[in-house]
Design a protein around this ligand. Structure first.
Ligand SMILES: Cc1cc2nc3c(=O)[nH]c(=O)nc-3n(C[C@H](O)[C@H](O)[C@H](O)COP(=O)(O)OP(=O)(O)OC[C@H]3O[C@@H](n4cnc5c(N)ncnc54)[C@H](O)[C@@H]3O)c2cc1C
Length: 395
C-alpha cells in the first residue's frame, strides 16, 4: 500500500519547494513534494542573483552548465543618454536561466535525493493540528508532522489565513515576450556580456535578459497610470518601439511567444509561520521584478526553514509555533532592505540621483553591487544601514 505519512509535506515544486525538499531529504527526513503542474513548466523570472550560489552548492547543482553567465546589471536612460553598470565580479557570479529547464533540474535533483514527488496533483486543503498535519489534494489524503507552503503567488496558507498584505507603489503589472535574436552587433555584444539591461521608460521600465541559444526575455513593467486605450500587446510593442536599443536589437528577431501578463504581484504575507507550518519563497511574500530578487529569496527562505525545521524534527519540537521566529527575523532584514531599495527605484528616482552618479563614489558603488548581488546580511554596508534608517549617503 502506498505510504501516506511523511515527516514533511511540501506544497509546490518551484525553486522554494524543491530546495526545502532536497535539504530536508539530505538531513534524512521523509519528504513528500506535491506539484499541481508537470515539469518542465514555463515560469517567468530568469535573471539570478549571485548569493543564491551557496544554496545551489548545498543542493549539488552545478549551474555553470547550460546557463548563460550574467556579467552584471546595467541601468540605462535612453532619453538623457545616461547609463551605469554594476558588475558581478570576484565572489559574485551568477547566471541567466531558462526557468522551465532549471526548475525541472531542481525537481529531478530532489527526486535523486530521495524526495517522494507527486505531479499534476493540487493541494486543496490543509489542517495544521496540535499533533500533526492533515492534507487533502484532488487525488489523495496525506498526513505529516509538518507542512511547508511553497505554492508561490498562489499563497495557499496566506489565503487560508487571510494574511496577504498588498504592497502599493511598486510595479503594477508586467507584460513580457520571448524572442530568438538574429545575429547582429547589438545581439553579439549582449550575449558576450550576459548582462541584464534595465531601460527606463515613461511608464515604468523594460527588462532585457539574454538566455542561451540566442533567446531573449523582454518585459515591460508598468508603474504609472496608462491611458487604458492601448491593449496590452500594443502597449508592450509601443514601449519597445520607443526604445532605440530594443528596436535595433530586435531587427529580424523571431517571436517565440505572445505577450503575456502578470499583475498585482507585490505583497507580504504577515503570517509566514505558525503551528506546524512555514511559508517560503513567494508564498512568504513577493516584491517586484526590478532587482531580480525573487528566485534568490525563494531558495534562501527555503534554506532557513529547512535548517531550522531539521532541528525541530530531531528534537521533537517541530510543533512549537515560535520555531521559525529567529530565522524569520534574520530573513526580514534582507527582505526589508530589498523592499526599501525597490521603493527608492519607483518613488525617489534612485537611478537618476544615485546609480548614475555612483562611478564618482566607488565605495557606494561597491555597496550597491553587494545589495544587487543579494549580499544582504553584511554588517558593514553603510549604504544598506542608511536605507534601513530611512536615509542614504546622497540625501
Ligand atoms: C513579471 C515577473 C518577473 C520576474 N523576474 C524575475 C527575475 O528576473 N529573477 C528572479 O529571481 N525572480 C523573478 N521573478 C520572481 C520569481 O519568478 C519568483 O520569485 C520565483 O519563481 C519564486 O519561486 P517559488 O518557488 O516561491 O514559487 P513558484 O516558482 O511560483 O513555484 C510555486 C509552485 O507551486 C505550484 N502550486 C501552486 N499552488 C499549488 C497547489 N495548490 N498545489 C500544488 N502545487 C501548487 C505551482 O504550480 C508552482 O510550480 C519575477 C516575477 C514576476 C511576476
Amino acid at each position: 500500500m502506498e505510504k501516506n505519512n511523511y515527516d514533511v509535506i511540501i506544497a509546490g515544486a518551484g525553486p522554494a519547494g524543491t530546495t526545502a525538499a532536497t535539504l530536508l531529504a539530505q538531513y534524512g527526513h521523509s519528504v513528500l513534494l506535491i506539484e499541481r503542474d508537470q515539469h518542465p513548466r514555463f515560469h517567468i523570472g530568469e535573471s539570478m542573483l549571485p548569493m543564491s550560489e551557496s544554496v545551489m552548492q548545498r543542493l549539488g547543482i552545478d549551474w555553470d552548465k547550460g546557463n548563460l553567465k550574467k556579467g552584471g546589471a546595467e541601468f540605462i536612460d535612453e532619453v538623457s543618454g545616461r547609463r551605469t553598470y554594476f558588475p558581478f565580479e570576484g565572489k559574485y557570479h551568477t547566471f541567466q536561466v531558462e526557468r522551465s529547464v532549471f526548475d525541472k533540474r531542481l525537481f529531478d535533483n530532489a527526486i535523486e535525493h530521495g524526495v517522494i514527488v507527486k505531479q499534476q496533483e493540487r493541494v486543496m486543503s490543509v489542517i495544521c493540528a496540535e499533533s500533526n498535519v492533515q492534507l487533502d489534494t484532488d487525488k489523495a489524503h496525506y498526513q505529516g508532522r509538518y507542512l511547508i507552503d511553497a505554492t508561490g503567488r498562489d499563497a495557499l496558507m496566506g489565503k487560508k489565513l487571510r494574511s496577504i498584505d498588498k504592497i502599493k507603489n511598486l510595479g503594477k503589472f508586467a507584460l513580457y515576450k520571448h524572442y530568438k535574436l538574429a545575429e547582429n552587433e547589438a545581439a553579439n555584444d549582449l550575449f558576450a556580456h550576459g548582462n541584464i539591461k534595465i531601460l527606463l521608460s515613461d511608464i515604468g521600465w523594460i527588462w532585457c535578459i539574454p538566455l542561451t541559444e540566442g533567446r531573449l526575455s523582454v518585459g515591460l513593467v508598468v508603474q504609472k497610470n496608462t491611458s487604458g486605450e492601448l491593449k496590452q500587446a500594443a502597449l508592450f510593442e509601443q514601449a519597445i518601439q520607443a526604445s532605440p536599443y530594443m528596436s535595433e536589437l530586435l531587427i529580424a528577431a523571431q517571436t517565440l511567444s505572445e505577450v503575456q501578463i502578470e499583475a498585482d504581484f507585490s505583497y507580504r504575507n504577515t503570517q509566514r509561520y505558525g503551528r506546524r507550518f512555514a511559508c517560503c519563497g513567494d508564498a512568504a511574500g513577493f516584491l517586484d521584478p526590478v532587482f531580480s530578487s525573487g528566485f534568490f529569496f525563494a531558495v534562501k527562505t527555503a534554506e532557513f526553514i529547512a535548517d531550522q525545521l531539521h532541528k525541530g524534527l530531531v528534537s521533537g519540537t517541530e510543533g512549537a509555533e515560535e520555531l521559525h521566529q529567529q530565522g524569520d527575523a534574520f530573513y526580514q532584514k534582507g527582505f526589508k532592505t530589498m523592499h526599501l531599495l525597490i521603493e527608492r527605484f519607483y518613488c525617489s528616482n534612485i537611478v537618476e540621483n544615485l546609480f548614475f552618479e555612483s562611478d564618482r563614489q566607488l565605495d557606494i558603488k561597491r555597496e550597491i553591487v553587494a545589495l544587487l548581488a543579494g549580499d544582504l546580511w553584511q554588517e558593514n554596508n553603510s549604504f544598506q544601514q542608511g536605507l534601513l534608517c530611512g536615509r542614504n549617503k546622497m540625501a
